[in-house]
Ligand binder design. Structure first.
Ligand code: SF4
Ligand code: SF4
Length: 300
């Protein structure tokens, strides 16, 4: 916790549950990953994390909050991307954790083929909600996930909160599904082809017409399902790296339209927003502006 992590659990390193892998492969076969073809790669490693680190005996799953709480945010950008790039921040802190523990291990922060949400469930941190993200009770889903693979065996392991990874903790709640403006969420999970988060960050080329009218609130990511969850806490992250800079907070809609490549480099140095690249971000900003213009015209 002194390194900024909010939850941590341990599970024995073993194969991922067959039913979970089957569900994942079925999701891929339906094309719901859109153009994120990297999700189709390394299925054997995803199935068995021991292949990522020979001799691995333990998986440690950790969460780190990016929840801004009541602090000001830049409304057009998803919370997770408003501060420094989480890959760098979390990796550095996990290196310190390994040193403190005096052990060697493999650090995984989103880039390794690890079934992160499954392991978070398996390590007893929460469950996978209907919005397909990890839900930690009384904290919600504004969380980064990371893992340590260790060759040591633990003297005690955690147990999952529910017997299956999906939805059980959600009960009858469907708020995230109802909050999704594009119907990307359903009882079958998420369809990235319709998700604004995918479309504004990962998708290259023109945005599909049907996504335009939902871009009035955001131009990089979309937190609507995450914010609709009743488990979301109002407590801000203790990690200062994830708090937006004054420069970012000061950007007005007019400033965004005028954003130059040089300003972009300065504003997003060391930021996850670089993933969309300058061209992608400007495509989104212009789409967002078009929506605002047409809303203004229809009001008049
Ligand atoms: S991020 Fe937005 S578009 Fe995507 S599933 Fe959530 S609410 Fe729907
Ligand atoms: S909003 Fe409701 S259904 Fe969706 S993840 Fe949260 S608890 Fe589950």
């Amino acid at each position: 916790m002194s390194l900024g992590f909010s939850h941590c659990g341990l599970a024995p390193a073993e194969e991922v549950d067959e039913a979970y892998m089957h569900h994942y492969e079925q999701w891929l076969s339906e094309g719901r990953q859109a153009e994120m073809h990297y999700m189709e790669n390394h299925l054997a490693l995803r199935r068995d994390p021991r292949l990522l680190l020979p001799g691995a005996r333990t998986i440690v799953s950790l969460t780190m909050s990016y929840n801004p709480g009541e602090k000001p945010t830049q409304p057009a950008i998803a919370w997770y991307a408003q501060g420094r790039d989480y890959h760098d921040v979390i990796r550095q802190r996990l290196q310190i954790l390994l040193q403190v523990l005096g052990v060697e291990g493999r650090i995984c922060v989103d880039t390794a083929p690890v079934m992160e949400k499954y392991w978070a469930w398996r390590c007893g941190l929460g469950w996978i909600g209907r919005h397909t993200q990890l839900v930690v009770p009384r904290e919600g889903s504004a969380l980064f996930l990371a893992e340590l693979l260790l060759t040591q065996e633990a003297d005690r392991y955690d147990t999952p909160m529910y017997s299956r990874p999906y939805h059980e903790g959600c009960g009858h709640c469907r708020r995230c599904i109802e909050a999704c403006p594009t119907s990307a969420l359903s009882d079958e999970g998420i369809d990235a082809r319709r998700c604004l988060s995918y479309l504004t960050i990962e998708h290259r080329g023109p945005l599909p017409n049907e996504s335009y009218r939902h871009l009035s609130e955001c131009f990089y990511g979309c937190d609507r399902c995450l914010r609709a969850c009743p488990h979301l806490s109002h407590e801000a992250t203790p990690v200062a790296d994830f708090i937006p800079s004054d420069e970012l907070l000061a950007m007005s809609p007019g400033d965004w339209l005028q954003l130059s490549p040089v300003q972009y480099q300065s504003l997003f140095r060391g930021s996850a927003v670089k993933r969309a690249k300058y061209e992608g971000l400007m495509r989104n900003i212009q789409a967002n502006n078009l929506v605002h213009k047409s809303l203004h015209e229809s009001d008049n």
